[in-house]
Design a protein around this ligand. Structure first.
Ligand SMILES: [Zn+2]
Ligand SMILES: [Zn+2]
Length: 290
């Protein structure tokens, strides 16, 4: 059994973990395993928050049925602003919501769609033999990226090296450049609000220093941000103090979780941060006001 810091805490207290990944995204535990481990740890509530998908929620809810644990359907959107990555967790998402399913589908297909658009552009440039999407797909073992397109361009004799493909056609500002599809954090927060979910800024102390945290929080608050992920494995006491002050200043709720991705190197384990159930009680109160 993984080590956790709950062993030393008061049995009368109930603990929760509101940030967990499963095999539905990049975690190594199946939703079934996540629920079973959380039950062993006697956690009272967990949220399944896979990256850009709600694919693990149904299984987790089924396993948790008739068990003394609440499973909260969630998601973690990968967003970007000025090339800085920002994660937005959504709690209490309606995982059957059509708009949500459409969006997650779009995000997951974005790489393929992007590759197709790049190929279309290259073909329209009339610089040599036409490229076929399937040729690119066949050489990519999983994610499709621009280097795979460059390899096919080399095979077709259009260019000589991968660098040449990027420098002449694929880089930003070049004729076959297509930007990556990413939500902005404001879009993710507004989206979650519109579908009745609770948007939370994930691991705020992990965001690049290129972004001024307080200004980001102000902007996201205007877009409907409800909470900050204050309790997080990598957050120091100073981080927590700072975030609690910001939460108070901007009337935001506290949230937190382990961000466990399963048994991966240096990864954190389910329940490794002792988060009291009262954190969830406050979130539920806010949910009722929606
Ligand atoms: Zn994250
Ligand atoms: Zn995460």
């Amino acid at each position: 059994m993984p080590k956790n810091n709950l062993d030393s805490t008061n049995d009368n207290q109930s603990f929760i973990d509101l940030h967990l990944h499963t095999t539905a995204s990049d975690g190594t535990f199946s939703p079934n395993q996540v629920v079973k481990i959380a039950l062993e740890l006697k956690l009272k509530a967990i949220a399944i928050t896979d990256h850009d998908t709600v694919g693990g929620i149904k299984e987790a809810l089924e396993v948790a049925e008739n068990e003394p644990i609440e499973v909260i359907p969630g998601i973690e959107f990968s967003t970007e602003i000025n090339s800085v990555s920002i994660h937005i967790v959504g709690l209490f998402v309606d995982y059957h919501n059509k708009e949500l399913l459409k969006l997650t589908h779009e995000i997951q297909n974005a790489r393929e769609i992007r590759a197709k658009k790049i190929i279309e552009k290259i073909n329209s440039l009339d610089i040599g033999p036409k490229i076929d999407f399937n040729d690119v797909k066949n050489i990519a073992s999983g994610f499709i990226g621009r280097p795979h397109i460059a390899e096919v361009m080399i095979a077709k004799g259009i260019i000589l090296t991968i660098d040449e493909a990027f420098e002449k056609y694929l880089n930003r500002g070049k004729p076959a450049y297509i930007p990556r599809y990413k939500l902005t954090p404001i879009e993710a927060v507004s989206f979650l609000n519109n579908i009745g979910a609770i948007p939370i800024l994930a691991h705020p102390c992990h965001i690049s220093e290129k972004i001024e945290l307080e200004r980001l929080i102000q902007e996201l608050k205007e877009a409907g941000l409800v909470g900050l992920e204050i309790y997080y494995p990598a957050h120091s006491h100073e981080d927590i103090d700072k975030l609690q002050a910001l939460a108070k200043k901007y009337d935001l709720l506290e949230s937190g979780g382990s961000d466990c991705h399963g048994e991966i190197n240096n990864g954190t384990m389910i329940g490794c941060v002792a988060i009291p159930y009262s954190v969830l009680t406050n979130i539920k109160k806010r949910l009722k006001q929606k």
